[in-house]
Design a protein around this ligand. Structure first.
Ligand code: GCO
Ligand code: MN
Ligand code: MN
Length: 389
């Protein structure tokens, strides 16, 4: 490996305890790796050069830990962070694993479950903030249904909104420097999860009491599960000022959530994504929400994690080549043709502009005949990605 692709803190590469700590169990098979402690996982991440570590409350503190046990675990974890220099940019709540959340957390039909979810989240926010988190993620894995006979979807939305409004006020009341980032997923583990895409979440955020505190944590595999273009979701979030965090991974098209190593499958989409993040100078974490194949031992887990970062850095270098490639840039300039006659029609409406535009004699036949050279441009991109350019 060349030094060029060596991860550095400024790259802001982060992993969840649940990602490198994934033991490989799935609905069909048992764990294939022994469970490592949070402290061991912090050291593993330090060894491979990660910048930060994120966690669900229960990745760190078991669901039934006593307050004394909690305090000891937090002390040990803090010491591991100090020893390694790793930081905790993001934290989140596990509102999906325990059977109590089988019908959802904030959207469950039972009000006691909904309030328990709020209690658990307030405590988890306290924990995240104590460890330095500035972003708090909400992934509503159980917030949905198998059958719409069971829940009024508008009630689901109202309950989710009420919970987020409550939690924003909690954050403000505590004086925490914390932003909330919502993560969409179309399905799995529920048959249908409410607010299934990043676009749906953006619409929903606008209905909250504190929309300025709430943004997105889009995940590549989740948009691909919905058959969507992840870059477009990310661009919309960015353009709306809502790209608070990002979950990078990969998967084999429209399937179950495979959570593969970043860039392992959709190289071209991954390239355009990295190019976008770097071009707009996105400054948040590059979080890999993925895990190693079930075939791997912990050496393989390190290979997986190193691979995520290495591929990101290679694609970043390719993006710089794309930006500097004279032929590519020439074609882009040509495509984005500049006609001074159109300048007067740009921008906002005014009646005179509309009148002039209505009367303008466009040469539609010539416009329609114009070849765009997109085949050439795309092939140049492919050549560049395949390393022959
Ligand atoms: C998934 C999700 C989760 C969340 C995590 C943090 O499909 O399991 O992507 O991994 O990202 O719970 O919110
Ligand atoms: Mn996922
Ligand atoms: Mn995720």
């Amino acid at each position: 490996m060349t030094n060029l692709y060596e991860p550095k803190p400024e790259h802001k590469f982060t992993f969840g305890l649940w990602t490198v700590g994934n033991t490989g169990s799935d609905p069909f098979g048992a764990a294939v790796r022994n469970k490592l402690s949070p402290v061991e996982l912090v050291h593993l991440l330090a060894e491979i050069g990660a910048y930060g570590v994120n966690f669900h409350d229960n990745d760190l503190i078991p669901f039934d830990a006593t307050p004394t046990e909690r305090d000891q675990i937090v002390r040990d974890f803090k010491r591991a962070l100090e020893e390694t220099g790793l930081v905790v940019p993001m934290a989140t709540t596990n509102l999906f694993h325990h059977p109590v959340f089988k019908d959802g957390a904030f959207t469950a039909n039972d009000p006691r479950v909904r309030k328990f979810a709020l209690q658990k989240t307030m405590r988890a926010i306290d924990l995240g903030v104590e460890l330095g988190a500035k972003i708090y993620v909400f992934w509503g894995g159980r917030e949905g249904v198998e059958s719409d006979a069971t829940k009024d979807p508008t009630a689901g939305l109202r309950r989710f909104r009420e919970a987020l409004n409550f939690l924003c006020e909690y954050v403000l009341d505590q004086g925490y420097d914390l932003k909330l980032a919502l993560e969409a997923k179309p399905n799995e583990p529920r048959g249908d999860i409410y607010l299934p895409t990043s676009g749906a979440l953006l619409g929903f955020i606008a209905t909250l009491d504190h929309p300025e505190m709430v943004g997105l944590n889009p995940e590549m595999a989740h948009e691909h599960m919905a058959g969507l273009n992840f870059l477009h979701a990310v661009a919309q979030a960015w353009e709306a000022g809502k790209l608070f965090h990002i979950d990078l991974n990969d998967q084999n098209s429209v399937r179950f959530d495979q959570d593969w190593r970043f860039g392992s499958q959709s190289l071209k989409q991954s390239f355009f994504l990295v190019k976008f993040l770097e071009n707009v100078e996105y400054s948040g974490s590059r979080h890999f929400d993925a895990h190693a194949y079930r075939t791997e031992d912990y050496e393989g887990v390190k290979d997986f994690a190193r691979g995520c970062m290495r591929t990101y850095l290679i694609l970043k270098e390719k993006a710089e080549h794309f930006n500097q490639d004279e032929e590519i840039q020439f074609l882009l300039a040509k495509i984005n043709v500049n006609d001074p006659a159109m300048e007067g029609f740009e921008g906002k409406f005014n009646p005179a502009k509309a009148k002039a535009l209505k009367a303008y004699p466009f040469d539609v036949a010539t416009l329609a005949r114009r070849g765009m050279q997109y085949e050439r441009l795309d092939q140049l991109t492919v050549d560049l990605l395949l390393g022959v350019r």
